[in-house]
Design a protein around this ligand. Structure first.
Ligand code: 6GU
Length: 232
């Protein structure tokens, strides 16, 4: 069973993990999820997690000490090779892509480090890397207010790949990035006519070879137009 630990100053952000498919995986015993409030790892009266940046500049930086204590508790050191991966969602990380989700889906434990404010003191990751496997990953070229929403997205991408998770193995194999790395073709269901728009005839033809060829053509067309970077 995979275990996911999340360290954050906003544990409430992760209530969506009780719902939907991720919630079912938890109930089904494929997954255990625990959130940890970073402020619980502080030792001052005010549970301080941030301070002003050395060198000046806007905003606040997350202090290293609470993170050190939290990581020691949640992801004990010397577990490299134990199947534990510390994931740090950050806009300055490497791009998180489907191959990362597939790799992370094989871990025994994922520990998400969710920073807020301008970011976390650089030494937290430097220290964690001395005895743990750490990955700094970004969802894309845009800025969120913190790692929480990014962690939720990554968790959903990973959990749905856990063996035995989705009822239908085919819908995993066939979706976007599953067929030749192209974007998915358009989908239709009943009714055949709706607001003056018709389902393409080929999909009603019963000719499976034509359907496959048509879908491939539209996948290519769509990829060309929207994501030319994915084409060879
Ligand atoms: Cl992973 N974190 C934050 N804070 N912002 C992001 C992001 C991650 N990916 C894109 N923007």
């Amino acid at each position: 069973m995979m275990r996911i630990d999340i360290i954050t100053i906003f544990p409430e952000y992760f209530s969506p993990l009780d719902l939907s498919l991720v919630g079912k995986a938890r109930v089904g015993g494929l997954l255990e999820v625990a959130t940890h409030d970073l402020r619980g790892f502080t030792s001052d009266r005010h549970h301080t997690v941030d301070d002003t940046p050395y060198g000046g500049g806007a905003g606040m930086v997350m202090k290293p000490e609470p993170w050190g204590v939290a990581l020691d508790a949640v992801a004990p050191p010397n577990r490299d090779g134990s199947g534990s991966i510390v994931v740090v969602p950050t806009p300055s990380g490497k791009p998180f892509v489907q191959a990362d989700a597939e790799r992370l889906a094989h871990a025994q434990q994922l520990v998400f480090v969710c920073g807020r404010y301008e970011g976390i003191d650089e030494r937290v990751v430097e220290d964690a890397r001395t005895n743990r496997h750490v990955e700094e990953l970004s969802l894309g070229d845009f800025v969120l207010n913190g790692g929480e929403v990014a962690a939720l997205a990554m968790i959903e991408a990973v959990v749905r790949l856990i063996p035995g998770f989705m009822g239908n193995a085919e819908s995993l194999a066939e979706e976007s990035y599953g067929v030749d790395g192209l974007l998915e073709y358009p989908l239709y269901t009943k009714p055949q006519h709706w607001r003056g728009l018709d389902v393409p005839d080929v999909l009603l033809s019963g000719d499976h070879a034509r359907v496959v060829a048509w879908r491939k053509k539209l996948s290519l067309q769509r990829t060309q137009e929207r994501r030319p970077d994915l084409l060879p």
